[in-house]
Design a protein around this ligand. Structure first.
Ligand code: ZN
Length: 145
């Protein structure tokens, strides 16, 4: 995907030199489950507060927020604090959020509007155009097999 600053990054598989993180969205109240990957393999749905993850990628050094608003549900999705194992799961892809340094124009706009997020080291966010993957039917039906 091409960013506003002209750089291009692959968002469908892992690349070197960036940091991956994930934000856990609770989904709808009725669908407040999460998928567990037990050591013996496979996956199972258990009650929990994460219904799905938003994979993110930091392409620059800087500060990212603890919470983002999930574009699919409008709910607060919390950072998983850069867990390595989480990012290795194929079901998390593609990347949904890219964090990068703000452009000159974005920094100037922030100055005009009186903000200080970028000035204090905050990164700018871009949502990737990739659509979320639909949950598998065994998740949405609530049957755990
Ligand atoms: Zn969501």
């Amino acid at each position: 995907m091409m960013l506003a600053d002209g750089r291009e990054f692959e968002t469908t598989h892992a690349i070197e030199g960036v940091r991956y993180n994930a934000y856990g969205c609770p989904g709808t109240a009725a669908n407040a489950t999460r998928v567990e990957h037990p050591p013996e393999g496979g996956a199972r749905v258990v009650p929990g507060k994460v219904a799905h993850w938003l994979l993110s990628m930091d392409v620059d050094e800087g500060v990212t927020p603890f919470i983002v608003t999930c574009p699919d549900h409008g709910l607060a999705a919390e950072s998983a604090f850069y867990p390595k194992d989480l990012v290795m799961r194929p079901s998390l892809w593609p990347v949904r959020i890219i964090w990068r340094k703000a452009t000159k124009g974005e920094r100037e706009a922030e100055l005009r509007e009186g903000g200080d997020h970028y000035r204090r080291g905050g990164l700018a966010r871009e949502w990737t155009p990739d659509l979320p993957r639909p949950l598998p039917s065994w998740v949405t039906s609530g049957r755990h097999g």
